[in-house]
Design a protein around this ligand. Structure first.
Ligand SMILES: [Zn+2]
Length: 160
C-alpha cells in the first residue's frame, strides 16, 4: 500500500465585525477573521494538507485571493472541491488530524460539530477526523489575540 502524507498551515488576522468560522462552524463572536474568502483558517489548513499529500500544490494556486469568484467564498465548498481533485487523482483520504491555535474562545462544545462538518466535507467517518485545540499561552500573535492559526496533517492512499 502506498501512503502519502501532507501538512497544512494557515493563519488569519483577527478583525472586529467579521464572522468567526472554523471548520464550517459559525461561532457567536463579535470578532472574526480577515480574509478574501470567509477566512475559515481550519478549512484552509486541511485543504493544504490534502493538496500537499496529493502533490497538487497549495490552496492559493487553486483559489487565488485575487479572484473575485472567491470573495467571501464558503471555504467548506473549496474544501469539497479539493477532495474532488484528490479523488480524481486516484487517491482516497485515510485520515485528517488538525489543531486550531486560538487564545479564545475555547472550541469546547463546538469541537464535535467541527469534526462532523469536516468529516462530511471529506466524505469520511468522524472517527477519521480529529480536531485539537491549543492556545498561545499569552505569547506571540495568538496570545495577543491578533490572529488565529491552524495546522493539519492528512494521509492518502491509492484508491482500489
Ligand atoms: Zn486561509
Amino acid at each position: 500500500m502506498s501512503l502519502r502524507v501532507g501538512m497544512g498551515y494557515d493563519v488569519h488576522r483577527v478583525k472586529a465585525g467579521r464572522p468567526l468560522v472554523l471548520g464550517g462552524v459559525k461561532f457567536a463572536s463579535d470578532w472574526g477573521l480577515e480574509g478574501h474568502s470567509d477566512a475559515d483558517v481550519l478549512a484552509h489548513a486541511v485543504g493544504d494538507a490534502l493538496l500537499g499529500a496529493a502533490g497538487l500544490g497549495d490552496i492559493g494556486e487553486h483559489f487565488p485571493d485575487t479572484e473575485e469568484a472567491w470573495r467571501d467564498a464558503d471555504s467548506m465548498q473549496l474544501l469539497k472541491a479539493i477532495v474532488a481533485m484528490v479523488i480524481a487523482g486516484g487517491q482516497e483520504i485515510v485520515n485528517v488530524d488538525c489543531t486550531v491555535v486560538m487564545e479564545e474562545p475555547k472550541l469546547g462544545t463546538h469541537r464535535m460539530a467541527i469534526r462532523e462538518q469536516l468529516a462530511q466535507a471529506l466524505g469520511l467517518s468522524p472517527r477519521r477526523v480529529n480536531v485539537k485545540a491549543s492556545s498561545g499561552e499569552g505569547m506571540g500573535f495568538v496570545g495577543r489575540r491578533e490572529g488565529v492559526a491552524a495546522l493539519a496533517v492528512a494521509s492518502l492512499r491509492d484508491a482500489d
